[in-house]
Write a protein that binds this ligand. Structure first.
Ligand code: NCD
Length: 362
């Protein structure tokens, strides 16, 4: 699984040159087609992000956050994209991703509408989802798409290219595979955490739980691999280990990583721990058998095994892997992640819609 064969790979008469190229290309080539110079036009794959781009996004996010603290700055932000429209098309449940994109678009002055069930669009009358998306793109400048199918957002990009509709798409979660904006906000949180202590380079990060089906964990791993000398420890039951494509990605990049069935093997050495929820919504498609999730949960004993300055992250929603009492532990950072997510998305939208330089130089 997981070798992403982009798009439909169907070339037909009447396709534009770019759309034809898209349909025929490898992942690397597709990634090139989804950007103009250094600027992303769409964000579908976490692999589109580079270290340089992340640093720029984090600068923009910090700057936007500071600007918004004053009335004048907030008005400046609101004037960045006043005539632009965003549509959130969410075909899987969401709390933080949905609300933070909604807030991010509003902070930049965009208007924002949403469709959160196929029953509320013409899909219920039998319209194909891609026809719906093409229609959305005619009324909106930016489509933010969350969908259970791993390649749906990519197919939407292909459709827009075929139809020569030059609007933008951001994946807000694509099946088990991709969640690039969650990865951005997770690394942004680490970067803020370590900014006065030498940065993310050289850190040891432990990632725990459902690593086979968790798109958030996957995105985080892809992005950690962009940092120098980061060491990644992975703790999960056998049935939830990272998939071969990700293992090969880490090996190709010479990233040092270790795997174990037990988080206790690594917990004492970690500078940051990223906990994840069991992704049981995928049980039918990707069964994992019975698992004792207490082995992948934080307890008082495990908190006492952690370094005093280790940060605890979680993409949320959490279940019992982080009991509520951990919120009072000074090392917990998952509520900060929630806020950072909004600023990271402000910065990403500003990058894609080309007003980020204005924000950074304000
Ligand atoms: C994640 C997701 O949807 O993949 N949540 C989120 O976007 N904050 C993680 C999860 O649901 O476990």
């Amino acid at each position: 699984m997981r070798l992403i064969v982009f798009f439909s790979n169907q070339v037909s008469e009447g396709m534009s040159v770019v759309a034809k190229e898209m349909a025929e290309q490898s992942l690397d080539a597709q990634i090139r087609l989804m950007q103009t110079g250094d600027r992303l036009q769409h964000l579908i794959y976490t692999q589109q992000l580079t270290r340089g781009l992340l640093d720029t996004i984090f600068d923009t996010a910090d700057k936007a956050r500071n600007l918004n603290a004053s009335r004048m700055g907030a008005t400046f932000l609101k004037e960045c994209l006043p005539n632009q429209r965003a549509l959130l098309y969410f075909m899987q449940p969401s709390t933080r991703t949905f609300l933070s994109f909604h807030s991010a678009a509003s902070l930049l002055g965009m208007s924002c509408v949403h469709i959160t069930s196929p029953g509320s669009s013409s899909e219920v009358k039998g319209e194909s989802p891609l026809d719906s998306v093409q229609t959305f793109a005619m009324y909106n400048d930016l489509l933010v798409i969350r969908h259970p199918e791993a390649d749906f957002a990519a197919k939407c990009v292909e459709r827009l290219m075929q139809s020569e509709v030059s609007k933008h798409i951001i994946s807000a979660g694509s099946g088990m595979e991709q969640h690039p904006t969650q990865g951005i906000l997770d690394v942004y949180t680490l970067q803020r955490e370590f900014s006065r202590k030498g940065g993310v380079d050289g850190r040891r990060v432990l990632i725990v739980g459902d690593l086979a089906r968790g798109r958030a964990a996957r995105a985080f791993i892809y992005l950690l691999a962009l940092y120098q000398d980061v060491q990644i420890d992975l703790a999960s039951p056998e049935s939830m280990k990272i998939t071969d494509d990700l293992r090969e990605y880490l090996e190709r990049r010479n990233v040092t990583f270790r795997e174990s069935d037990f988080m206790d093997d690594f917990i004492g050495e970690a500078d940051a721990i990223y906990m994840t929820r069991i992704q049981d919504e995928y049980d039918d498609k990707f069964p994992v058998g019975d698992v004792d999730y207490d082995l992948y949960s934080l307890s008082r004993d495990r908190l006492s095994m952690m370094k005093g300055n280790c940060s605890i992250l979680h993409p949320l929603p959490r279940r019992k892997e982080i009991p509520v009492f951990v919120d009072r532990d000074p090392r917990s950072r998952y509520w900060e992640q929630v806020e950072n997510g909004m600023w990271a998305r402000v910065a990403l939208i500003a990058h894609i819609l080309n007003c980020d330089l204005r924000i950074r130089t304000a």
